[in-house]
Design a protein around this ligand. Sequence first.
Ligand code: HEM
Length: 421
Amino acid sequence: MPCDIDPLAFAHRADPYPVYRILRDEAPVQWSETMDCYCVSRFDDVQHVLKSPDDFSSRAMFTLLMNNGSAGVDVSWAGIKFAFTVLKNLRMMPWNFVRSRILIASDGDRHSSMRGILNRGFTPREIQRWDGRVRAIVEESLEPLREGEPFDLMEDLAVRVPVTVVAELLGVEKARQPDFKRWSDAVIYNATGPGRERPFNAEFISTMSELFDYFGAVIDERSAAPTDDLIGQLLTAQKGDQDPLSPLELVMFITLLMVAGNETTTNAIGNGARALLAHPEQLSRVAADPTLAARVVEETLRYDAPVQTVFRTATRDTEVGGTRIPKGAFVAALIGSANRDERRFVDADRFDIDRETQGHLGFGLGKHFCLGASLARLQARTAIEALAPELLQVSTDPAKHEHVDSFLVRGLRSLPLRQGA
Ligand code: HEM
């Protein structure tokens, strides 16, 4: 082993960047005991992994996310019962379960066919329609802050905006939105939270049963009477398709949106606000000129990436940066490190909204490039734009910033603001 650092060890989570720097210089492909995988830290190598889907399969995303980071399959009796209930409720046979596509974990034609269908719900035109509504949700969320009430930037704004947007995008009615938030929290916690012991526990399974029951019924209703929300649009758009999404694939996609669309956007807003609070001169410029908000978002995605790593499985014996990687091994492509690689970005550890951020890997790269990038950008930009002038009037105590304890996402759980600069 070239150096004795475990790149994904819990100890580095609060600030992984000094460790990433050592890895890039001394051990650009390093084994992690914590996650049983090879960690790739240089920009060029991460780019190579993401652009070579034939050599690096996305299967790992399923194995690791379903098991909260453990490679071994751990299916409890409750899990098996859950799978049967789901199949029964969705009137599907067990072999349909095996055949089901999961967007983020599929490769080749299976991925392209599914992505082709789902892209239809995320075209720039579709997303543009959300501009006014996103603005309204942001303004409503900021009211308590403007009225001088206690305000936690994470809970009261950064979490609220994406959960409300994704719920409305899916057409979840207002009365069920608190349930949708609870389901989202459970899915995120199970997929990326701190616990690695039997993540698929009975409580989680009962929450998932509620989610599957609810969306199973929604799909039935909207198949019979199409609606204008994402689920209705996807059902209508694929009528006549040769290989349409099954109800199970659709519910699994909705579940994926909870992980891929909610906490990521939350942390883009939170990490951006935190960087601005730490750089008051840049904050003043953004407060005075809202058009700079888009630059804040891109620099945040580079400087403090909400998704720090994505995983792949080597499909054959191969090599990255001169290190041999055997067939079947897991590979962590460390996006958070690649974005700080001084071989690619000058003075990479500096937060600088004037820099050229083109090519950052915050949304991934290649075939699995983030499906929700336009929606995420719209939400984060709108939130930062409205928030910046307010941040001039407040202060915060970094000692009270609580980090999300996750191997995958980087951000704060809590960022309390105090009135008075
Ligand atoms: C700033 C916020 C976000 C960040 C940083 C982010 C990051 C990423 C990254 C890095 C990937 C690539 C995964 C891989 O290569 O394995 C990805 C994929 C994906 N993201 Fe996002 N994401 C964000 C917001 C969203 C939103 C708002 C949605 C939808 C509502 C979304 C939906 C997806 C989906 C469905 C995929 C899988 C695409 C595929 O496999 O073809 N994301 N995202």
